[in-house]
Write a protein that binds this ligand. Sequence first.
Ligand code: FES
Length: 167
Amino acid sequence: MDAMIPQEMRDQLQAQVASAEHPREQAINVMYAVQKHYGYLTDEGLVEAADILRLTPLEVEELATFYDFIYREPVGKYVIHVCDGVVCWMFHENSVFEYLCKKLEVCAGQISADGWFTVLPAACIGFCDRAPAMLINGKMYGPLTPQLIDEILEKLKTAYCDLVICK
Ligand code: FES
């Protein structure tokens, strides 16, 4: 794991925070940037984020809990947010979530053995018209079938795309 965020990045984030009316406005951007550096928002990263935001670590911890896309535990390169909403449930015979967990041999929140994937349940992700749906690094996929899921996972492993910020 990389130690400390680079000074250049820190300076840039501090400038962003300084130009904001209130540091909290920049909280999500700072948390994302720090998360991107470490792979997830580590305890060390949380303290650094708090320092940049001029907030206490506890305040940042509280803010982090509001965002489904800020991870306080290690995650795979791709985090699969599987919609657990009512419409998605109605549109599939077998649970997408269960299918993914079985295929990747993981439980919710675990990292697959190859390091690529973490599966998490999510509340409605706003794509009910394409149910059942899932969101991976900011991109929506659906309507899902087991075959399509297999294809998507294979494709993701050959064309890695960086985390897209979701607010
Ligand atoms: S219920 Fe699944 S996207 Fe809305």
